[in-house]
Each structure stands twice: as structure tokens, then as C-alpha cells.
Design a protein around this ligand. Sequence first.
Ligand SMILES: [Zn+2]
Length: 66
Amino acid sequence: MAVKERSSQTMNEWCLCCDSETEHAVSIELRTEGTNPETAHYSREPYRLTRCLGCGERRSQRMNNA
Ligand SMILES: [Zn+2]
């Protein structure tokens, strides 16, 4: 699966690795998920990708889980 970062913005967020608030590159990505056997169709889920500019730690978080 190709992971492409689109034009990203930066935000200050807490980084567990740095144990402090650091600048993060933030971008949104749509990932296609086709592993659900109950649905014949692929679903696209928006993920929020953040990368710590201090240590390079990447995290992705599914957005529609509120
Ligand atoms: Zn960090």
C-alpha cells in the first residue's frame, strides 16, 4: 500500500517518545481497507498522520472513531 503524504502542516502535539510537546507534521490520508469479510466493497477510512519533527516518530490515527 502506497503511503503518500500530501501537503502537510505542522502542529504542536505531545510526543511520547520525546516526552514533551514538539512540532509535528500533520497530514490526512485516505486508506483503503478491504479486509472486512462482511462487506464486498472496499471502504476508505480517513487517517490522521502525524510525524514528530524532533524524533521522527510516526503515528496514524483513525479519524472517524468519535
Ligand atoms: Zn518525538
